[in-house]
Design a protein. Structure first.
Length: 478
């Protein structure tokens, strides 16, 4: 008994010491001062407005104090000055389908949290805010958020989504299967009490269960999104869902003779291949979503990762076989992904479906819908935190949006959905200094968004490359 007591005492002291240990953040910081001036920089503000050339941004106590032409700007004498000629400053991205977990393979499929590598990679690649759109280890997500908020870990601001709200028939044991509407209500209220701020309905949820989820979440002022299959988009919109994940890919309502509350599986993809986007049915779906203020989350990278290899555009080798992405994976994760890719047939319809989904998203935006964006680091294992967020912006441009529109979708629109647009999502005086500094001009060449060198979060500038190097070979382990 004495031995056990002594061990527990030593353990508690060890844990307390860890909690008080100074973080290793300093080695990753490029800029940290009460006053910072970014001079001679191009500004893309995230609202869709044209870039402003040769600007000076003054940051004070973590917020943007002023933005003015460098010829007339007043730089405080005490400011730390960064001359950023030939650089562009963009708002930090707001990732709206960003998990903390990664696929680990196996049958049935398993997933594990990348609690060490993913927070650093998100921030390193310019993602300053994320919504964890579905959780497999929710307490870990909640605690990582606390660690980041308190400065004990490096990572983005986090909005935590509760565990998946899945019906009977889940394809993975990391999800709880609901037993009915009462169970759904209990889950919503329990996880809201724990600190979750949003909820995600999944593929086999029933209409009654979804209705219960929406009712309970809305009572608490919280939102519900969904990766659906058992329920079509128009049905979900009428029930009151706030957001739909994966654009067109998850809409089962175009399957002939679809049975209520049942996911028709592979028939969804088959129906979408035959779908006419100019049909009255598609136009009515878009009209309903816009009228009901339902947002759509674009997650193009997770589908591109399963597309046949191409020289450019969808499935470009530079994207799906990006050496920087492969290098942050551990050997098992890298081999698993490359093996998955080797099995993709050259005549796979994925490229066509991605193009069709892109056209659907453009039509949705043209009709007045709110399109938000995220990477979804799941699928065949080829999409990794941060890198996938940047690729998402590039794919929006491939879809036909201008670079400025794509940047707005990936930054300001996400902040608007979260109700955070007064604080983040665009560059304006009074907002938090959540910024990414890139070499070049993404407004002219969207691939320049990959050339991020410094990421500011609340006015502290982190060294992008040092953060990336610190997690080489860790994705797939931790």
């Amino acid at each position: 008994m004495k031995t056990t007591t002594a061990f527990l005492l030593l353990l508690s002291v060890f844990i307390a010491c860890l909690a008080q240990a100074p973080p290793d953040r300093q080695q990753f910081i490029r800029v940290e001062a009460p006053l910072v001036a970014l001079v001679h920089v191009r500004v893309i503000d995230g609202t869709g407005a044209p870039p402003l050339e040769d600007q000076t941004i003054v940051i004070a106590d973590g917020k943007i104090q002023s933005i003015a032409p460098s010829t007339t700007a007043k730089v405080p004498p005490a400011a730390q000055v960064l001359d950023l000629k030939d650089y562009t400053v963009l708002p930090g991205l707001v990732g709206m389908h960003n998990h903390m977990f990664f696929p680990m393979g196996g049958s049935p499929p398993m997933y594990s949290n990348m609690g060490s590598s993913f927070p650093r990679l998100y921030l390193a690649l310019g993602v300053t805010t994320i919504r964890t759109t579905g959780s497999v280890v929710p307490y870990t997500d909640l605690e990582i958020k606390k660690y980041i908020d308190s400065g004990r870990m490096i990572g983005p601001k986090m909005h935590i989504t509760a565990p998946y709200l899945e019906g009977k028939g889940s394809f993975t044991p990391v999800m709880h299967e609901l037993t009915g509407p009462d169970d759904a209500r209990r889950m919503v209220n329990f996880w809201a009490d724990q600190g979750a701020t949003s909820f995600k309905a999944y593929m086999n949820i029933t209409r009654d269960e979804l209705r219960a989820v929406v009712e309970e979440a809305h009572k608490r002022g919280l939102k519900v999104t969904g990766h659906l299959c058992s329920i079509g988009y128009r049905e979900a919109a009428e029930i009151g869902i706030d957001d739909l994940e994966h654009g067109l890919f998850a809409d089962s309502e175009f399957v002939a003779d679809k049975k209520p509350d049942q996911c028709p599986g592979a028939a969804v993809s088959a129906s979408l291949r035959q779908l006419d986007l100019n049909s009255a049915a598609v136009k009515e779906t878009i009209r309903t979503l816009v009228a009901k203020n339902v947002a759509i989350t674009s997650t193009l990278p997770v589908f591109e990762a399963s597309a046949p290899l191409a020289q450019s555009g969808i499935g470009a080798a530079s994207a799906v076989l990006n050496p920087r992405v492969l290098n942050v994976m551990n050997t098992d994760a890298r081999v698993r992904y490359l093996s998955n890719r080797s099995r993709i047939p050259a005549d796979s319809p994925t490229t066509m479906l991605v193009r069709k989904a892109m056209n659907f998203e453009r039509a949705f935006v043209a009709a007045g819908g709110l399109l938000i964006a995220g990477l979804d680091p799941t699928g065949n294992g080829g999409v990794v935190a941060g890198f996938g967020d940047q690729r998402q912006v590039e794919l929006l441009v491939e879809a036909g949006f201008t670079p400025l529109e794509a940047i707005k979708i990936a930054s300001f629109n996400g902040s608007k959905f979260l109700g955070e647009d007064a604080r983040i999502g665009s560059i304006a005086a009074g907002k938090q200094a959540d910024l990414m500094v890139v070499k070049g001009n993404p407004a002219a060449n969207i691939s320049d968004i990959e050339k991020v060198e410094i990421v500011f979060k609340d006015g502290v500038g982190y060294d992008s490359e040092k953060l990336i190097q610190s997690v080489q070979g860790l994705v797939g382990i931790r």
